[in-house]
Design a protein. Structure first.
Length: 317
């Protein structure tokens, strides 16, 4: 071996026997590079500087590396379902364990989410041996009717967001202000209490809700307070599904889909660091990130509490 100068802070050596050059430094493992990438917020350039390798080498490693999927033992589970999008025609359907926040199943779709997508995913989980005791979702039209045999919790946060969309943050009408105050008590109420509040409100404002605005011909009309009526109708239609979680032991079924939404935000922040990916590379990267996802690193003690509650629930069932 003879010394052949320096490059990138390392000494290079030449072997006369095999006619090869070597820096003598230990090459970083593919696993170390991917773990650094998946668990941090590093760009390709930052990773290349940290591991002292070229950006093209980092891209090649990330493109070719395949994460070993962690096996989950099937059992009784409450599933949180959601679909997130990158653009209009690239979506990701997710099925999460409500207790551990592990992703149990995922697949990609082209176009809008459909009821069949969720039914297909739940059927796949059952095929794997999971006993789906309940689902939490954000209220895709017709979903509750397709899950008659499965307890269904409509995300309370999405319900509150729908009311805010119809009434605005600061409504001017007194009736809208009162309805908004009732909605603000959604997470602290039970089914009977909330239904009583809603019925009292309707009786008090019934005549106001029936006010009509006629067109010039004096025959055709529309209801004057359409958005207020739509807000009340939304609450009334979802009333039975807003409190399903209270039929389960404390902590087993969440009342919102916030865990999935949080995961979606985490995943999108990762993808934002790598614009311009082709659909195929994007799918590959997303799948690896999902398989490498570690809820404990983000949820900590809460994940352990969820596991404990689930063990008590499943053993009791």
């Amino acid at each position: 071996m003879i010394r052949k100068g320096h490059h990138n802070g390392s000494s290079y050596w030449y072997c006369k026997t095999c006619n090869r050059y070597s820096s003598g430094r230990k090459k970083p493992s593919q696993e170390a590079i991917f773990n650094r990438y998946s668990q941090g917020t590093f760009t390709i350039k930052e990773l290349s500087q940290e591991f002292n390798i070229s950006a093209s080498t980092v891209k090649r490693i990330l493109r070719n590396y395949t994460v070993t999927k962690v096996a989950h033992t099937p059992g009784k589970v409450v599933v949180q379902m959601d679909t997130t999008y990158w653009g209009r025609n690239f979506g990701l359907v997710l099925f999460m364990d409500a207790a551990t926040h592990h992703i149990l199943h995922h697949f990609f779709i082209r176009g809008k989410e459909r009821i069949e997508d969720y039914k297909q995913g739940l059927a796949y989980l059952k095929h794997l041996g999971w006993e789906v005791a309940g689902v939490v979702a954000d209220g895709l039209s017709g979903l509750k009717n397709s899950l008659i045999q499965t307890p269904y919790q409509y995300c309370q946060f999405h319900q509150a967001q729908r009311i805010r969309q119809l009434l605005t943050l600061k409504p001017r009408m007194l009736a809208a202000q009162e309805l908004q105050r009732i909605v603000s008590r959604l997470t602290q109420s039970n089914r009977s209490e909330f239904a009583h509040l809603l019925e009292d409100w309707r009786e008090r404002w019934d005549d106001f809700l029936k006010e009509k605005t006629y067109e010039e011909n004096g025959v055709n009309f529309h209801y004057t307070h359409r958005r207020l009526r739509a807000a009340y109708r939304s609450l009334k239609e979802h009333l039975d599904q807003l409190f399903t979680y209270q039929d389960f032991p404390l902590g087993v079924m969440p009342n919102t889909n916030n865990a999935v939404e949080s995961f979606n935000s985490w995943l999108k922040r990762k993808l934002q660091l790598h614009p311009g990916l082709s659909p195929a590379r994007r799918e590959f990267l997303i799948s690896n990130l999902i398989m490498a996802y570690n809820p404990r690193s983000r949820k900590g003690t809460w994940t352990l509490v969820g596991v404990f509650l689930t063990l008590r629930w499943t053993s009791a069932g």
